[in-house]
Write a protein that binds this ligand. Sequence first.
Ligand code: PLP
Length: 405
Amino acid sequence: MATGPERREGMQADHTVHPNTAVVHAGHFVTPVNEGASPPLYQAAAYRFRDLAQVEEIYAGNVPSAIYGRYGGPNGAQFAGAIAELEGAQSAFASANGMSAIDAALATNLPVGAALVATRDIYGGTYELLMHEYAAPRAQVTFVDQSNCAEVEAALIRTQARVLYTEALTNPLMGVADIDALAAITKRLGVLLIIDATFASPALIQPLAHGADLVVHSVTKYLGGHGDVGAGVVAGREELIAPIREHLIRTGATVAHFDAWLATRGLRTLGLRMERHSSNANRVAAYLASVPAVLRVHHPSLASHAQHELAKRLYPQGTGGMLAFDLAGGRDGVDRFLRGLRRIAIVHSLGEVATTIGYSAVSSHRGLPAQLREELGVTDGTLRLSVGIEHCDDIIADLAQGFRS
Ligand code: PLP
């Protein structure tokens, strides 16, 4: 039974207008005085104002309100607020996707001609963003090996960089950034440290607590968690988030209401999902390391990983579901293996509940020169596995099926 009137007292059908006018205005949405037990979706593209006094009040930001979809709605604000809480940040703002969050963080902190130092083994899309949008004369980009602090510091000093950009866990080879050590350098030099923590999520690490200035995420991945969201988010001090918010509004790259609503729902199970992603990935990494056709497994849980000890310190709960491995036989070996898989689909995204696999050479790292790709360690045999939350025996059985083919 409805608890409110479907037709408000005094709202009679208006017979003075044409039916085509009546249908445009019929019905009235009543915002209940008590909240929904779960957040409602506010899909409105714009909001009404009672009068000009209310316009002034709302534009001045004196009352919780909304103006226009692109400025951000209640669902985007709820999601960003949740991320600020989880990251221990003063403020956060959600964007249309991970790339717009990264771009906003860079655009607002790199004046024209300024220098940026970035880790070499970043997500291919970010590499392309840097090379196409931030290459000279817009900015000066220098790539370094983030595991070599002396090299990072020397590059920051030599280029008089404004920003150091890195990934908490790198895509796809699972390099582990020593955020404490990098933050000690950037603080000493007055450089801004931006960390993309997409692979880890705030369930596993809060980069701001380790000294980073801004943390960005592709929400499309673990935060959404179900492969049905396209969004991004950036969190940090309000003085840094305010210009990012304005930039995202001006460039029309704020989060869509429905995606923010889905992402908030996804967030509810983030802790449980990351626990299972992490434990499954540890088991799968150990299994892969025992397969003769696998030349190398890139996963911090393995003692063979260069930052195994660092990962244990920074990620006591595990490092999530991502890992990479190099298969013998190059592209042909990869092709045979992929054809043999039954349930694990070739998907060029990651972080959803189902296990998926990607071939970085033709997807995320497609835009990189082949030589650079090889130098980074992304070879023709490198596969990136996003280990899901299924029963681990079934994931391993499917991989074994691939190796038999
Ligand atoms: N950062 C990382 C580490 C990623 O893996 C990706 C996408 O794969 C992005 C950022 C970009 O995110 P989006 O596709 O949501 O723009």
